[in-house]
Write a protein that binds this ligand. Sequence first.
Ligand code: FAD
Length: 412
Amino acid sequence: MGFWKKIFGGGSDAEQPEEVKAPPVEAKEEQVETPAVEAEAPAVESAPAVEAKEAPVATEESAPVADAAPAAPAPAAASVEAVDTNGSILVVAECSGGGLNPGTLSAVSVARKLAETDGTAFHVVAIGSGLGDAGAELTGYGAATVQVVDNADYANYLAAPYAAVVSQVARELGTSFVIGVASTFGKDLLPRVAVRLGAGMISEAIAVCDKENGKHVFRRPMWAGNVLADVQATTDVTVLSVRGTDFDKAAKTDGSASETVTVAGVQTPGDAQQFVNFAKTESERPELTEASIVVAGGRGLKDGENFFSIMEPLADSMEAAIGASRAAVDAGFCPNDFQVGQTGKVVAPDLYVAVAISGAIQHLAGMKNSKTIVAINKDEEAPIFQIADYGLVADAFKASPEFVEKVKAARS
Ligand code: FAD
């Protein structure tokens, strides 16, 4: 027999678990209380001290050199030359697959904020082939220019040529910041740009803090969100990836339109990487990272057939995207692009419904900023209930179909 349990709001202080959604702001390094600290996530006491300032180029994130050091002759642009910076900012737009990824507008809002603080300009670069009116689409957000690199060579995303283009445009503009979204595209591309520019890389920023010593400071989660570190790069150029879910998307400004500049391509070695195939997942459902409602299933659903027979009607009833825990993905219930969490996608929808997911810290790292969290789990001790706004202790196989019927009735 299940019951609804409202965990936040209305209960006594004693009943309320530690809030994990709102990070404290005053400290340099904060431990966030989370319900299930697993062996993999180091306890803060025993962990090495977090440096307030990240080393600029020596981190793993900032120096993936797989494509930057090919056996083939290295492209000229791969060598690191000092950039003659002027304080301006470059946003890398994500236009793969034809349309503009709306996450780009989160990066634009960060760029606009930095530009306003510094009294400088920001630019946007869009790379691809057949971009059509991408330049026009990106104009009007306050960028001084939209640099459009529209060339058949860039029809398919490849890290090496795209990184060469972005770093060349950044170099020519003299930008001090290169900013993109910490999407799959941004995580692949931006560290390579950092290597080419000799820039410090700050990954997955969730907030812009006050400047210190004349340099911008950014907040980013570490160790699966157990720790929030405020960091700054000490290099002249900073490459920054931002979590799209933590920043509002920029709205058009009343100011003048941006100038669209057509940029020629960059000579990159054709044999360092070759495009073979892009197996895009086709789905009628909203994109997981952009959806306003996400329903996610876990290992408790037991197999792939159950996973889809439970999760699809639930998603259909609310026009939701479907996500999953890593355990469900690893067990082969569903494709790995469903995975939410530390090593999956980070989502922050208005509503997140976790079905038969225990709430391991690595899963929470990808969804705990959801505005409302609902959990269905047959174990009332499951850690997911500690962050859920509403919890249903029940067998998902019985409760989920009933849930769907209730939703349908409420919406009809
Ligand atoms: P389980 O922990 O097995 O939980 C299943 C839950 O289902 C239980 O709470 C159970 O009570 C419930 N249940 C069972 N049957 C029913 C039923 N009939 N009705 C209702 N409830 C039921 N995990 C991620 O999710 N994302 C990540 O990105 C991720 N990255 C990781 C990175 C690293 C380095 C490591 C070490 C781990 C990572 N993990 C990640 C794995 C994570 O630690 C957990 O193992 C995983 O999240 C557990 O998934 P689960 O909750 O589906 O499975």
